[in-house]
Write a protein that binds this ligand. Structure first.
Ligand code: GLP
Length: 241
């Protein structure tokens, strides 16, 4: 695991952008694994800016996202599909047919998990972007999730629902379940960049880097992946020894 500590959120985004840009420019048909949440927003703004400046093109890029809320359709403003269109896809030259998210509003959720898992494994990401939950979750793999897990339905913890309530009008509107790429599915990526900012992530970052590999902190599994770059600001790094 390579750990890069920078001053602030802007520099976290810039570092991540440089790595993504290098990959996009060195592959004919790059595949990006993308994440939602507040953390990658500045990275996505940087990608949009670079695309507008013709510094980088996404026209040959395909993408898949980590997760989606169960019960929200792709046009619901709090769905991750909507988030991705608003924060990235609508503003860059990517072919939206090549962007993939799990669908949270289908009748047969198990079939959707299986479909999505096969899709991801058929096109392993050249780079997977990850954030981290304050409880150490990656995607929506909450503490206790098996490291062998494939795409599955998960019941969100109280803490995750509270953390994510800021995006919803009322706390009770936060869905109770999500469809998430499993930990084994995430690890198929060739390279992983995990970004974290602010003191609210300091404990999770300390545990992920210095703790034992244990399902209590799902992000510790990244210690077993051969190519992980952790990019954190000083606050998120504040508890590292
Ligand atoms: C959600 C997402 C995760 C994300 C996490 C942290 O739970 N499923 O993929 O990493 O939130 O979000 P934020 O970046 O807003 O702190």
């Amino acid at each position: 695991m390579q750990v890069i500590i920078v001053e602030n959120k802007k520099q976290v985004a810039e570092k991540a952008f440089e790595i993504i840009k290098d990959t996009i420019q060195s592959k004919a048909n790059p595949v990006l694994g993308l994440a939602t949440g507040s953390t990658p927003i500045e990275l996505y703004q940087r990608m949009i800016q670079a695309n507008e400046a013709k510094e980088v093109s996404f026209k040959d890029v395909s993408s898949y996202n980590l997760d989606e809320y169960v019960g929200l359709n792709k046009d619901h403003p709090q769905s991750y599909a909507y988030f991705m269109r608003e924060n990235l896809f609508n503003h860059i030259d990517i072919n939206q047919e090549n962007t993939h998210l799990p669908q949270g509003d289908v009748a047969d959720l198990q079939a959707e998990c299986d479909r999505y898992d096969s899709l991801v494994k058929s096109m392993p990401a050249d780079i997977q972007v990850l954030g981290i939950g304050s409880n150490g979750h990656i995607a929506f793999n909450e503490p206790g999730s098996s490291f062998e897990s494939t795409t599955h339905i998960i019941k969100l913890t109280k803490q995750t629902r509270e953390d994510n309530a800021r995006f919803f009008d009322k706390a009770e509107d936060v869905p109770t379940h999500a469809i998430t790429m499993g930990i084994a599915t995430i690890l198929v990526a060739k390279k992983i960049i995990l970004m974290a900012t602010s003191t609210s992530k300091a404990d999770a970052i300390q545990q992920m880097i210095e703790g034992n590999v244990d399902t209590d902190c799902p992000a510790t599994v990244l210690q077993n992946h051969p190519d992980v770059i952790v990019i954190v600001d000083k606050e998120a790094a504040s508890k590292l020894g």
